[in-house]
Design a protein around this ligand. Structure first.
Ligand SMILES: Cc1cc2nc3c(=O)[nH]c(=O)nc-3n(C[C@H](O)[C@H](O)[C@H](O)COP(=O)(O)OP(=O)(O)OC[C@H]3O[C@@H](n4cnc5c(N)ncnc54)[C@H](O)[C@@H]3O)c2cc1C
Length: 389
């Protein structure tokens, strides 16, 4: 049903490029409008869980994705202050075949952009959309320095500050979580295991994992704070502030932070999931529809799932009926994932030594007797395969 259908995608991030490629695979004639002068990504890591890997596989990108990422073998929770292991969840032992791929974001963007181009997608860079006017059968798209275009079908994938979101919904009212986060990349020493480590601590935690064949390490560090920093994740900070916030951590963790040369800091906000994902011949996906806290590592994965389901719904039900079916298939699942991330927000923190004792011992016990159950709590997220639904 999509053969020759013209579709304009606003935003060339993970969601926009995945949607462009998936729609073009089904015959659509797709143009991506990206504001940046080139398709590139900031330096940061991204974990793609099995439900996201399923989408990459279905798009025929599995082999490239595996070659350009590190497959995580386990997640290890440590007491950040003592450096002692609290629980180790071994993916290979517990769930054979379950793959968590750890990417440099730039590599995943590159893979998706290549896939889109190979399907004939036109990617226009330096095309900043300044206004959208959604009608019943077409949408007017204003682009900085260019004549206004009339688009037949528009996918809003412009992330957190989406114009298309605002054309479809009342403005968002984000709530500061009382947490800020730093992210940084540091050179690896070469002997780091292919696993994610979560360093839990009082009112703070830190996550680290290797990227690019183990040459670099990705660090995300979260601290509870009453004051907040502006939203958006490209605000530079002094690495000394990060080191100071984790000064009570074990030498192994501090040694990682000593290697940080540049760091970004941002405030973490909760956002409601969009009520309305479609209107006329326009839809939204990814962060445009549902920005999430990073505590389930599902933002990009949900964007991949959206992209696949959107392409399938439009292809099976057409551009009139498909958008409503797309929202019906996605919204409930996304709400559950966003709420799980909200609940996870302070799971790795403890307010007092007594709470730490109780919490860590409960985790150790769970790890010894019921590791599968600990990991299985999230089967509903990781084992869901939108490409088979
Ligand atoms: C520190 C951190 C760690 C994370 N870790 C993970 C993880 O491990 N796993 C995971 O699944 N998710 C993770 N996420 C979430 C994930 O990064 C996002 O959910 C994901 O990038 C959303 O993709 P998107 O395409 O919807 O939006 P974006 O990535 O924001 O892309 C939007 C694109 O639209 C373009 N754009 C914006 N406005 C316009 C305009 N007006 N005109 C034209 N173009 C425009 C932008 O330049 C950009 O290229 C993390 C997020 C953060 C901040």
């Amino acid at each position: 049903m999509l053969k020759g259908q013209e579709i304009t995608v606003l935003g060339g991030g993970i969601g926009g490029l995945a949607a462009a490629a998936a729609l073009a695979m089904r015959g659509a004639k797709v143009t991506v409008l990206e504001q940046a002068p080139a398709i590139r990504e900031v330096g940061a890591g991204l974990q793609i869980s099995p439900n996201g890997v399923a989408v990459l596989d279905a798009m025929g990108l599995g082999a490239t994705a595996r070659a350009r990422s590190v497959a995580s073998k386990a997640v290890v929770l440590k007491d950040g202050v003592s450096g002692r292991d609290v629980i180790r969840l071994d993916f290979e032992k517990l769930k054979p075949g379950r793959e968590f791929l750890m990417f440099h974001r730039a590599d995943l963007i590159d893979i998706l952009a290549e896939a889109a181009r190979a399907q004939g997608v036109t990617i226009e860079t330096g095309a900043k959309v300044t206004r959208v006017d959604v009608g019943q059968n077409s949408t007017l798209v204003e682009i900085e320095g260019q004549p206004t275009r009339e688009a037949h079908f528009v996918v809003g994938a412009e992330g957190l500050h989406s114009l298309m979101y605002r054309a479809l919904n009342v403005p968002r009212d984000p709530v500061f979580t009382g947490q800020v986060a730093w992210r940084a990349l540091v050179p690896a020493e070469g002997d780091e295991a292919a696993e994610a480590t979560i360093w839990m601590g009082p009112g703070r935690h830190m996550v680290s994992y290797p990227l690019r064949g183990g040459q670099i390490l990705n660090i995300v560090a979260v601290q509870e704070r009453s004051g907040w920093v502006a939203e958006g994740w490209n605000h530079d900070d002094d690495p000394a502030n990060l080191r100071k916030a984790f000064a009570m951590y074990a030498p192994e963790a501090r040694a990682l932070l000593e290697r940080v040369e540049t760091v970004n800091l941002w405030g973490l906000f909760r956002h409601p999931v969009a009520e309305q994902w479609h209107k006329g011949n326009s839809v939204i996906l990814g962060d445009a529809a549902h920005p999430t806290l990073p505590f389930m590592a599902q933002g990009a994965v949900m964007a991949l799932e959206d992209a696949w389901v959107l392409a399938e719904c439009l292809s099976v039900s057409g551009i009139e009926e498909g958008p409503a079916l797309y929202q019906a298939r996605r919204r409930h699942r996304v709400i559950n994932v966003v709420e799980a991330a909200n609940r996870n927000a302070s799971n790795y923190h403890y307010a007092s030594p007594a709470l730490k004792f109780v919490g860590h011992n409960a985790l150790r016990l769970a790890g010894r007797f019921a590791s599968a159950r600990v990991l299985g709590r999230f089967d509903w997220v990781y084992e869901h395969d939108v490409t088979r639904a």
